[in-house]
Design a protein around this ligand. Sequence first.
Ligand code: CP3
Length: 353
Amino acid sequence: MPPLKNDTFLRALLKQPVEYTPIWMMRQAGRYLPEYKATRARAGSFLDLCKNTELATEVTIQPLDRFDLDAAILFSDILTVPDAMGLGLYFAEGEGPKFERPLQHEADIAKLKVPDMARLRYVFDAVTSIRRALNGRVPLIGFSGSPFTLACYMVEGGSSKEFRTIKTMMYSRPDLLHKILEINAQTVTAYLNAQIDAGAQAVQIFDTWGGVLSDAAFQEFSLRYMKQIVSGLKRENEGRRVPVILFAKGGGLWLEAMAESGADALGLDWTCNIGQARARVGGKVALQGNFDPFALFGTPEAVRAEAGRILAGYGSGSGHVFNLGHGISQFADPEHAKVLVDAVHELSRQYHA
Ligand code: CP3
């Protein structure tokens, strides 16, 4: 694999000196980009796009051709994992992801197994293909959903507002939920290690729904399994450390506990004060975030001002990767995303003297 030309993102994750604050955006390849919509139409559907090595590579690179981003993220989805477990993923138009066979009965849960990683071969092929196409331009991030977030979709059978089915299971048959989470944790560990072997240079675990849990339930049903994954990951490849980022949306109350997880960095949603978060994690981990994705709906001047406020909030020194606090909206104006990326690069230099 060719050497990295821009490793600012990897250095910031390890709190090593950088010249400016690196930035990437969650869901940076997506429907807000007309070129993404065109490629997706060519692929046929979102899932066909994920499974087509050449087109998945193409959409991964699209945002890098528009914006001066410091990292690429594998184009895929967290739900490829339960799909490989046999749950039958499909996307109903306008309704988001759904499973044909959700896990709601004890007999089905008893049959759940770590899938053969060969069923996810298309993901690892995409990783290797993207690495080649990047040609050392910026590092490539691999990812997975957290065991709990995956379980939300697996048990509910799709997106949910109240999480009634999984919470009923959690409070009435915790043993069943633990069984699912244990299998998910083993699967995610193997899945991320295979992404690293295929060429991922950092990995992020998305705990999109951890924030709907009580404090006690977050520790028992989410954080515990993320720690198990982190301790099973390959942390060095191609002679470099492979940093791990934990992102728990709504997890601002648990930063101290997450900082002890063994991860190199924590993702923050936009509800946290990043300066206070930095003090709370006490230099144990780097921080990634935390621009409100909806602030991109403001004027270019407001986007710049908000970027400046977050950079000043973090303050001087390395250990900050700029990002959105969650995925970019499909209705965001790409021109505003460009204003954000350029503002972060320009305004952050003063903090890295
Ligand atoms: O960041 C990137 O650019 C990489 C690609 C990526 C996608 N999904 C592509 C995608 C990543 C990292 C994900 C992760 C993902 N998927 C998460 C965790 C992150 C988060 O946003 O909290 C979750 C919860 C999912 C599950 C999922 N996939 C949902 C709920 C949806 C529907 C959302 C919607 O906006 O309709 C998807 C579909 C999806 N995943 C799209 C993309 C670009 C839109 C599909 C399309 O093209 O229609």
